[in-house]
Design a protein around this ligand. Structure first.
Ligand code: MRU
Length: 361
Protein backbone atom coordinates (compact mmCIF):
# COMPACT_ATOMS: atom_id res chain seq x y z
CA UNK A 1 0.00 0.00 0.00
CA UNK A 2 1.23 3.54 -0.79
CA UNK A 3 2.06 5.90 2.11
CA UNK A 4 -1.14 7.22 3.65
CA UNK A 5 -2.46 10.59 2.49
CA UNK A 6 -2.66 13.09 5.31
CA UNK A 7 -5.08 16.00 5.27
CA UNK A 8 -4.11 17.18 8.77
CA UNK A 9 -0.64 17.53 10.33
CA UNK A 10 -0.59 18.36 13.99
CA UNK A 11 1.84 18.60 16.86
CA UNK A 12 1.12 20.57 20.01
CA UNK A 13 1.12 24.29 19.12
CA UNK A 14 1.33 23.65 15.36
CA UNK A 15 -1.41 22.74 12.86
CA UNK A 16 -1.15 22.45 9.08
CA UNK A 17 -3.71 21.25 6.59
CA UNK A 18 -3.38 20.06 3.02
CA UNK A 19 -5.07 22.81 0.97
CA UNK A 20 -7.72 20.73 -0.82
CA UNK A 21 -8.55 23.56 -3.22
CA UNK A 22 -5.18 22.99 -4.87
CA UNK A 23 -5.49 19.21 -5.26
CA UNK A 24 -4.89 17.20 -7.34
CA UNK A 25 -2.34 19.36 -9.15
CA UNK A 26 -0.54 20.86 -6.13
CA UNK A 27 0.07 19.46 -2.64
CA UNK A 28 0.59 22.38 -0.30
CA UNK A 29 0.24 22.34 3.47
CA UNK A 30 -0.95 25.66 4.89
CA UNK A 31 -0.65 26.78 8.53
CA UNK A 32 -3.72 27.17 10.74
CA UNK A 33 -2.61 29.41 13.58
CA UNK A 34 -5.86 30.24 15.30
CA UNK A 35 -9.63 29.81 15.20
CA UNK A 36 -10.03 32.55 12.56
CA UNK A 37 -7.76 30.55 10.23
CA UNK A 38 -9.72 27.40 11.14
CA UNK A 39 -13.07 29.08 10.38
CA UNK A 40 -11.81 30.40 7.02
CA UNK A 41 -10.33 27.04 5.98
CA UNK A 42 -13.65 25.31 6.73
CA UNK A 43 -15.79 27.99 5.04
CA UNK A 44 -13.62 28.08 1.92
CA UNK A 45 -13.48 24.26 1.82
CA UNK A 46 -9.68 24.10 2.08
CA UNK A 47 -10.59 21.34 4.52
CA UNK A 48 -13.87 19.52 4.00
CA UNK A 49 -15.77 16.41 4.95
CA UNK A 50 -17.72 16.22 8.20
CA UNK A 51 -15.10 14.51 10.43
CA UNK A 52 -12.15 16.58 9.11
CA UNK A 53 -14.10 19.82 9.60
CA UNK A 54 -14.65 18.99 13.29
CA UNK A 55 -11.06 17.88 13.86
CA UNK A 56 -9.51 20.95 12.22
CA UNK A 57 -11.97 23.26 13.99
CA UNK A 58 -11.14 21.81 17.42
CA UNK A 59 -7.39 21.64 16.76
CA UNK A 60 -7.40 25.30 15.64
CA UNK A 61 -8.85 26.08 19.06
CA UNK A 62 -6.15 23.93 20.72
CA UNK A 63 -3.36 25.78 18.87
CA UNK A 64 -4.80 29.19 19.80
CA UNK A 65 -5.15 28.16 23.43
CA UNK A 66 -1.58 26.86 23.59
CA UNK A 67 -0.14 30.37 23.12
CA UNK A 68 -2.50 32.15 25.52
CA UNK A 69 -2.35 32.89 29.24
CA UNK A 70 -5.37 32.70 31.51
CA UNK A 71 -6.08 33.72 35.09
CA UNK A 72 -8.61 31.03 36.01
CA UNK A 73 -10.15 27.72 34.94
CA UNK A 74 -13.46 29.50 34.35
CA UNK A 75 -11.79 31.95 32.00
CA UNK A 76 -10.46 29.00 29.96
CA UNK A 77 -13.84 27.25 29.93
CA UNK A 78 -15.62 30.42 28.75
CA UNK A 79 -13.00 31.03 26.08
CA UNK A 80 -13.17 27.44 24.75
CA UNK A 81 -16.95 27.53 24.61
CA UNK A 82 -16.98 30.90 22.79
CA UNK A 83 -14.38 29.83 20.18
CA UNK A 84 -16.06 26.49 19.50
CA UNK A 85 -19.45 28.17 19.07
CA UNK A 86 -17.84 30.49 16.53
CA UNK A 87 -16.34 27.57 14.59
CA UNK A 88 -19.77 25.89 14.36
CA UNK A 89 -21.01 28.89 12.32
CA UNK A 90 -18.59 28.22 9.43
CA UNK A 91 -20.82 25.59 7.77
CA UNK A 92 -24.27 24.50 8.97
CA UNK A 93 -25.09 21.03 7.60
CA UNK A 94 -22.43 18.64 8.93
CA UNK A 95 -23.19 18.07 12.61
CA UNK A 96 -19.77 16.79 13.74
CA UNK A 97 -18.32 20.24 14.60
CA UNK A 98 -21.44 21.10 16.59
CA UNK A 99 -21.33 17.74 18.38
CA UNK A 100 -17.65 18.20 19.28
CA UNK A 101 -18.25 21.79 20.44
CA UNK A 102 -21.11 20.73 22.72
CA UNK A 103 -19.19 17.77 24.15
CA UNK A 104 -15.89 19.57 24.78
CA UNK A 105 -17.52 22.77 26.12
CA UNK A 106 -19.71 20.94 28.62
CA UNK A 107 -16.85 18.66 29.76
CA UNK A 108 -14.56 21.68 30.28
CA UNK A 109 -17.29 23.69 32.02
CA UNK A 110 -18.05 20.85 34.47
CA UNK A 111 -14.37 20.32 35.20
CA UNK A 112 -13.71 24.05 35.66
CA UNK A 113 -16.18 23.95 38.54
CA UNK A 114 -15.30 20.59 40.06
CA UNK A 115 -11.58 19.96 39.56
CA UNK A 116 -8.71 21.39 41.56
CA UNK A 117 -6.27 21.35 38.63
CA UNK A 118 -3.89 24.31 38.30
CA UNK A 119 -4.76 26.80 35.54
CA UNK A 120 -1.93 25.55 33.33
CA UNK A 121 -2.87 21.86 33.83
CA UNK A 122 -6.46 22.77 33.09
CA UNK A 123 -5.42 24.48 29.85
CA UNK A 124 -3.58 21.28 28.92
CA UNK A 125 -6.73 19.26 29.56
CA UNK A 126 -8.71 21.49 27.17
CA UNK A 127 -6.02 21.06 24.50
CA UNK A 128 -6.02 17.28 25.04
CA UNK A 129 -9.79 17.13 24.52
CA UNK A 130 -9.25 18.31 20.93
CA UNK A 131 -6.19 16.10 20.40
CA UNK A 132 -8.06 12.96 21.47
CA UNK A 133 -10.60 13.46 18.66
CA UNK A 134 -7.78 13.51 16.13
CA UNK A 135 -6.08 10.46 17.64
CA UNK A 136 -9.29 8.39 17.84
CA UNK A 137 -10.58 9.11 14.34
CA UNK A 138 -8.44 6.60 12.41
CA UNK A 139 -9.37 3.75 14.79
CA UNK A 140 -13.05 4.66 14.43
CA UNK A 141 -12.73 4.68 10.64
CA UNK A 142 -11.01 1.29 10.62
CA UNK A 143 -13.90 -0.14 12.65
CA UNK A 144 -16.39 1.36 10.17
CA UNK A 145 -14.34 -0.14 7.33
CA UNK A 146 -14.30 -3.60 8.90
CA UNK A 147 -18.04 -3.68 9.72
CA UNK A 148 -18.99 -2.33 6.30
CA UNK A 149 -16.73 -4.68 4.34
CA UNK A 150 -17.92 -7.74 6.27
CA UNK A 151 -21.56 -6.77 5.84
CA UNK A 152 -21.20 -6.26 2.10
CA UNK A 153 -19.26 -9.51 1.63
CA UNK A 154 -21.75 -11.55 3.62
CA UNK A 155 -24.76 -10.12 1.76
CA UNK A 156 -23.63 -10.71 -1.81
CA UNK A 157 -22.96 -13.70 -4.00
CA UNK A 158 -20.34 -11.69 -5.90
CA UNK A 159 -16.86 -13.13 -5.31
CA UNK A 160 -15.34 -9.70 -5.84
CA UNK A 161 -17.38 -6.55 -5.44
CA UNK A 162 -18.02 -3.42 -7.46
CA UNK A 163 -18.71 -0.33 -5.39
CA UNK A 164 -20.12 3.01 -6.48
CA UNK A 165 -19.29 5.95 -4.22
CA UNK A 166 -19.95 9.68 -4.21
CA UNK A 167 -18.07 12.79 -3.04
CA UNK A 168 -14.96 12.19 -0.93
CA UNK A 169 -15.03 10.23 2.28
CA UNK A 170 -11.43 9.06 2.48
CA UNK A 171 -8.19 10.05 4.21
CA UNK A 172 -8.67 13.61 3.04
CA UNK A 173 -12.11 13.95 4.67
CA UNK A 174 -11.03 12.46 8.01
CA UNK A 175 -7.88 12.06 10.11
CA UNK A 176 -7.05 9.06 7.91
CA UNK A 177 -8.44 5.87 6.28
CA UNK A 178 -11.95 7.30 5.74
CA UNK A 179 -15.56 6.27 6.24
CA UNK A 180 -17.25 5.12 3.00
CA UNK A 181 -13.84 5.04 1.33
CA UNK A 182 -12.59 3.25 4.46
CA UNK A 183 -15.02 0.44 3.58
CA UNK A 184 -13.53 0.38 0.07
CA UNK A 185 -10.04 0.23 1.64
CA UNK A 186 -11.10 -2.61 3.96
CA UNK A 187 -12.60 -4.55 1.02
CA UNK A 188 -9.39 -3.98 -0.92
CA UNK A 189 -7.26 -5.20 2.01
CA UNK A 190 -9.33 -8.42 1.94
CA UNK A 191 -8.68 -8.80 -1.81
CA UNK A 192 -12.39 -8.33 -2.49
CA UNK A 193 -12.49 -5.29 -4.77
CA UNK A 194 -13.18 -5.91 -8.41
CA UNK A 195 -13.78 -2.25 -9.26
CA UNK A 196 -14.72 1.11 -7.75
CA UNK A 197 -16.73 3.80 -9.53
CA UNK A 198 -16.54 7.34 -8.19
CA UNK A 199 -18.70 10.25 -9.27
CA UNK A 200 -17.21 13.57 -10.27
CA UNK A 201 -19.37 15.34 -7.61
CA UNK A 202 -20.11 18.74 -9.08
CA UNK A 203 -19.75 21.58 -8.36
CA UNK A 204 -16.69 21.11 -6.14
CA UNK A 205 -15.51 17.93 -7.86
CA UNK A 206 -14.55 16.15 -4.65
CA UNK A 207 -14.91 12.83 -6.51
CA UNK A 208 -12.71 13.77 -9.46
CA UNK A 209 -10.18 15.75 -7.43
CA UNK A 210 -9.98 13.89 -4.14
CA UNK A 211 -11.52 10.39 -4.30
CA UNK A 212 -9.95 9.68 -7.69
CA UNK A 213 -6.63 10.96 -6.27
CA UNK A 214 -6.89 8.60 -3.29
CA UNK A 215 -7.89 5.61 -5.44
CA UNK A 216 -5.00 6.20 -7.86
CA UNK A 217 -2.65 6.71 -4.88
CA UNK A 218 -3.71 3.34 -3.44
CA UNK A 219 -3.66 1.57 -6.86
CA UNK A 220 -7.28 0.47 -6.44
CA UNK A 221 -8.93 -0.40 -9.75
CA UNK A 222 -11.32 2.50 -10.34
CA UNK A 223 -13.22 4.53 -12.90
CA UNK A 224 -14.44 8.11 -12.69
CA UNK A 225 -17.99 8.79 -13.92
CA UNK A 226 -19.92 12.03 -14.29
CA UNK A 227 -22.81 12.83 -11.95
CA UNK A 228 -25.26 12.19 -14.79
CA UNK A 229 -24.08 8.59 -15.32
CA UNK A 230 -25.03 6.44 -12.28
CA UNK A 231 -28.30 5.19 -13.82
CA UNK A 232 -26.50 4.28 -17.05
CA UNK A 233 -23.82 2.55 -14.96
CA UNK A 234 -26.31 0.51 -12.94
CA UNK A 235 -28.29 -0.36 -16.09
CA UNK A 236 -25.23 -1.74 -17.89
CA UNK A 237 -22.77 -2.91 -15.22
CA UNK A 238 -23.35 -4.98 -12.11
CA UNK A 239 -22.81 -2.76 -9.09
CA UNK A 240 -22.67 -4.74 -5.82
CA UNK A 241 -23.39 -1.78 -3.54
CA UNK A 242 -23.49 2.00 -3.36
CA UNK A 243 -21.56 3.33 -0.34
CA UNK A 244 -21.58 7.02 0.66
CA UNK A 245 -20.68 9.12 3.70
CA UNK A 246 -22.89 11.43 5.73
CA UNK A 247 -22.93 14.92 7.12
CA UNK A 248 -25.87 14.38 9.45
CA UNK A 249 -28.01 11.33 10.26
CA UNK A 250 -31.16 12.21 12.21
CA UNK A 251 -33.37 10.23 14.56
CA UNK A 252 -35.45 8.42 11.93
CA UNK A 253 -32.36 7.55 9.83
CA UNK A 254 -32.85 10.26 7.17
CA UNK A 255 -29.37 11.30 6.04
CA UNK A 256 -27.91 14.55 4.71
CA UNK A 257 -24.92 14.08 2.43
CA UNK A 258 -23.33 15.73 -0.57
CA UNK A 259 -25.75 16.94 -3.23
CA UNK A 260 -26.42 14.09 -5.65
CA UNK A 261 -26.64 11.39 -2.97
CA UNK A 262 -30.44 11.30 -3.11
CA UNK A 263 -30.55 10.59 -6.82
CA UNK A 264 -28.01 7.78 -6.33
CA UNK A 265 -30.25 6.24 -3.67
CA UNK A 266 -33.33 6.46 -5.90
CA UNK A 267 -31.50 4.84 -8.82
CA UNK A 268 -30.02 2.16 -6.54
CA UNK A 269 -33.51 1.27 -5.28
CA UNK A 270 -34.78 1.01 -8.87
CA UNK A 271 -31.95 -1.37 -9.81
CA UNK A 272 -32.12 -3.30 -6.53
CA UNK A 273 -28.58 -2.33 -5.50
CA UNK A 274 -28.04 -2.09 -1.70
CA UNK A 275 -27.39 1.48 -0.56
CA UNK A 276 -25.11 2.04 2.47
CA UNK A 277 -24.30 5.15 4.50
CA UNK A 278 -21.01 5.10 6.46
CA UNK A 279 -20.24 7.52 9.30
CA UNK A 280 -18.98 7.77 12.88
CA UNK A 281 -21.61 8.16 15.60
CA UNK A 282 -20.57 11.81 15.94
CA UNK A 283 -22.51 12.34 12.67
CA UNK A 284 -25.70 11.20 14.40
CA UNK A 285 -28.12 13.93 15.53
CA UNK A 286 -30.91 12.21 17.49
CA UNK A 287 -32.44 15.56 18.51
CA UNK A 288 -33.81 16.07 15.02
CA UNK A 289 -36.73 13.78 14.26
CA UNK A 290 -36.59 13.80 10.46
CA UNK A 291 -34.57 15.10 7.53
CA UNK A 292 -37.01 17.99 7.07
CA UNK A 293 -35.36 19.64 10.10
CA UNK A 294 -31.84 19.64 8.63
CA UNK A 295 -30.50 23.01 7.52
CA UNK A 296 -29.05 22.68 4.03
CA UNK A 297 -26.11 24.93 3.22
CA UNK A 298 -26.38 26.94 0.02
CA UNK A 299 -23.03 27.82 -1.55
CA UNK A 300 -22.16 30.83 -3.73
CA UNK A 301 -23.24 30.73 -7.38
CA UNK A 302 -19.74 31.37 -8.70
CA UNK A 303 -18.81 27.82 -7.61
CA UNK A 304 -21.30 26.52 -10.21
CA UNK A 305 -20.69 28.84 -13.11
CA UNK A 306 -16.92 29.00 -13.17
CA UNK A 307 -13.99 26.67 -12.65
CA UNK A 308 -10.70 28.26 -11.55
CA UNK A 309 -11.93 31.64 -12.82
CA UNK A 310 -13.03 30.24 -16.22
CA UNK A 311 -16.74 30.89 -16.97
CA UNK A 312 -18.59 27.71 -17.97
CA UNK A 313 -22.20 28.96 -17.98
CA UNK A 314 -24.14 31.68 -19.76
CA UNK A 315 -23.70 35.10 -18.22
CA UNK A 316 -26.85 36.21 -16.38
CA UNK A 317 -28.37 32.74 -15.79
CA UNK A 318 -30.03 32.16 -12.38
CA UNK A 319 -28.41 29.49 -10.20
CA UNK A 320 -29.34 27.34 -7.23
CA UNK A 321 -26.45 25.71 -5.37
CA UNK A 322 -27.49 23.57 -2.36
CA UNK A 323 -24.40 21.74 -1.11
CA UNK A 324 -26.27 18.75 0.34
CA UNK A 325 -29.48 16.76 -0.05
CA UNK A 326 -31.39 14.46 2.26
CA UNK A 327 -31.85 10.77 1.51
CA UNK A 328 -34.95 9.34 3.23
CA UNK A 329 -34.28 6.39 5.55
CA UNK A 330 -36.36 4.01 3.41
CA UNK A 331 -33.83 4.33 0.57
CA UNK A 332 -30.88 3.34 2.80
CA UNK A 333 -31.47 -0.32 2.05
CA UNK A 334 -28.03 -1.75 2.98
CA UNK A 335 -27.79 -0.01 6.33
CA UNK A 336 -25.93 2.68 8.24
CA UNK A 337 -22.39 1.58 9.05
CA UNK A 338 -20.84 3.00 12.24
CA UNK A 339 -17.88 2.06 14.45
CA UNK A 340 -20.36 0.00 16.52
CA UNK A 341 -21.80 -2.03 13.66
CA UNK A 342 -24.32 -1.82 10.83
CA UNK A 343 -27.83 -0.61 11.70
CA UNK A 344 -31.13 -0.41 9.90
CA UNK A 345 -32.05 3.30 9.71
CA UNK A 346 -35.30 2.59 11.60
CA UNK A 347 -33.43 1.13 14.59
CA UNK A 348 -30.37 3.36 14.73
CA UNK A 349 -31.68 5.79 17.35
CA UNK A 350 -32.69 3.14 19.84
CA UNK A 351 -29.67 0.87 19.31
CA UNK A 352 -27.08 3.65 19.46
CA UNK A 353 -28.68 5.13 22.58
CA UNK A 354 -28.34 1.77 24.31
CA UNK A 355 -24.74 1.19 23.14
CA UNK A 356 -23.62 4.70 24.08
CA UNK A 357 -25.23 4.56 27.53
CA UNK A 358 -23.59 1.17 28.24
CA UNK A 359 -20.22 2.64 27.15
CA UNK A 360 -20.62 5.49 29.66
CA UNK A 361 -21.14 3.08 32.60
O1 MRU B 1 -19.04 19.91 1.14
P1 MRU B 1 -18.14 18.84 1.67
O2 MRU B 1 -17.04 18.49 0.73
O3 MRU B 1 -17.65 19.12 3.07
O4 MRU B 1 -19.10 17.57 1.75
C1 MRU B 1 -18.55 16.34 2.12
C2 MRU B 1 -19.53 15.24 2.11
O5 MRU B 1 -20.71 15.38 1.85
C3 MRU B 1 -19.02 13.92 2.57
O6 MRU B 1 -19.62 12.89 1.84
C4 MRU B 1 -19.34 13.76 4.06
O7 MRU B 1 -18.93 14.88 4.78
C5 MRU B 1 -18.72 12.56 4.63
S1 MRU B 1 -16.97 12.81 4.88
C6 MRU B 1 -16.32 11.42 5.57
Amino acid sequence: MAGALQAIRYERGKLEILDQLQLPTHSEYIPIQNTEDGWDAIKQMKVRGAPAIAIVGCLSMAVELYYMDFKSRKEIADYVSDRLKYLVTARPTAVNMNEAATKISSMIKDMAEDSDLSVSDFKELAIEAAEIMFEDDVTINKDIGRYGAEHIISNTEDVNVRILTHCNTGSLATAGYGTALGIVRALNERGKIDHVYCTETRPYNQGARLTAYELVHESISATLILDSMPSMLMAHHDVTAVVVGADRVVGNGDTANKIGTLQLAIVAKYFNVPFYVACPVTTFDPCKASGKEIEIEERPHHEMVSIKGQKIAAEGINCWNPAFDVTPAELITGGIVTEFGVFKPSEIKEKLASILSKNKE
